[in-house]
Design a protein around this ligand. Structure first.
Ligand code: NCD
Ligand code: ZN
Length: 348
């Protein structure tokens, strides 16, 4: 097989940032993806419908001329979130999800939720109106080992939360463990998970063995090899509950390469070549379209894109880093040369 044409993919978990960084990274996503769920963890975060409308307008203004890309906005859930504001933003199709960050779990999550009784009313309203909750699934207690934080979150937080709010549609964002895969697989169609590009490629040895590699540090942190293999099996299975969320999370090199470096991998430019490579390795090129282009819209109640993206055999011609006015941002290095590159996108 030398060519592969799929419906234009979407990215169901993306960090675009703001200002100069937004302008530098957005064209890379808009080149390959028709839509993306836009993470709200700006400083300050996107908490109200008015914040989301203003951020959407800044994204649209930063799009290159002629780009075919629709940002799907989200709100950052806080203990003060107003259910009426959420419902109004949903009714006008401004937002497609609400994002739950446990307070302190990751980059810019200080305003996240610590006391879940404070958000019960909002979650019940979301269940009523069919608005999905995207969950950063890690506990934040210092006593819990960082490699266990996802599995512990499922037992202590996620499962009780789903029982308290029956019918709530939940996306476990960027799952990194076999426990995450198993939890999704054991439940119904109101639960799904996104899987990132990089978690299909690296395990924790890639970060730590033979020297520390800050560009592989992201949250949730990559786990043991057995977990990477579980993620690859889930992503390539065709199961409608698993779909692509790149979690492309750009930070400048100075922000990553310091004594306390930022978490995040920048994968927007090379996700599609890497995914085609990985799916071919798994003998599953035929399920790439489901993972990248069909399962996500189905969960979110949207039509798949009508256009197509074509990939062809041959290495992509991509820079090692991009320049932004804030400084250089290094692309995720999968450790191999992808054997596929994107050749064409049609928007019919
Ligand atoms: C994200 C970021 O930088 O905003 N970082 C990351 O490692 N994934 C936040 C997040 O999604 O956890
Ligand atoms: Zn993220």
């Amino acid at each position: 097989m030398t060519h592969l044409t799929i419906r234009t993919p979407d990215d169901w978990h993306l960090h675009l940032r703001d200002g100069a960084m937004l302008r530098a990274v957005l064209p890379w996503t808009a080149a390959h993806f028709a839509r993306a769920i836009i993470m709200p963890n700006l400083v300050p975060p996107v908490v109200t419908g008015a914040d989301a409308a203003a951020y959407r307008d800044r994204i649209l203004a930063a799009l290159p001329e002629g780009a075919d890309f629709t940002p799907l906005m989200t709100l950052y859930l806080t203990e003060d979130t107003d259910a009426d504001d959420v419902a109004a933003a949903h009714a006008s199709n401004l937002i497609r999800a609400v994002k739950l960050y446990p307070a302190g779990a990751t980059t810019n999550s200080a305003s996240g939720v610590a006391d879940f009784t404070r958000v019960q009313g909002v979650l019940e309203r979301m269940a009523d109106i069919g608005l999905p909750l995207c969950v950063h699934g890690e506990v934040t207690e210092p006593a819990v080992d960082i490699f266990d934080r996802e599995a512990v979150f499922i037992d202590r937080v996620l499962d009780p939360l789903r029982r308290r709010v029956p019918g709530l549609k939940v996306v476990m964002e960027h799952i990194t463990t076999s426990q995450g895969v198993d939890y999704v697989t054991a439940h119904g169609s109101d639960l799904a998970a996104t899987i990132t590009t990089h978690h299909l490629v690296i395990n924790r040895n890639h970060i730590l063995a033979g020297g520390i590699r800050p560009h592989y540090y992201c949250l949730p942190v990559a786990k043991r090899e057995q977990h990477r293999l579980a993620l690859r099996a889930a992503a390539t299975s065709g199961d409608a509950r698993f779909f692509l969320g790149t979690d492309s999370a750009p930070h400048t090199d100075p922000a990553k390469l310091q004594p306390c470096g930022c978490a995040g991998c920048f994968t927007a430019p090379n996700t599609m070549p890497i995914l085609a490579h990985v799916f071919e390795q798994e003998g599953a090129l035929h399920t790439l379209e489901a993972f990248a282009s069909l399962n996500g819209p189905a969960f979110y109640g949207l039509e798949p894109n009508s256009g197509t993206l074509t990939l062809a055999k041959g290495a992509p011609d991509l820079p090692a880093h991009i320049d932004t006015k804030d400084g250089p941002v290094t692309l995720f290095d999968p450790g191999f040369t992808p054997e596929w590159h994107v050749t064409a996108r049609s928007s019919c």
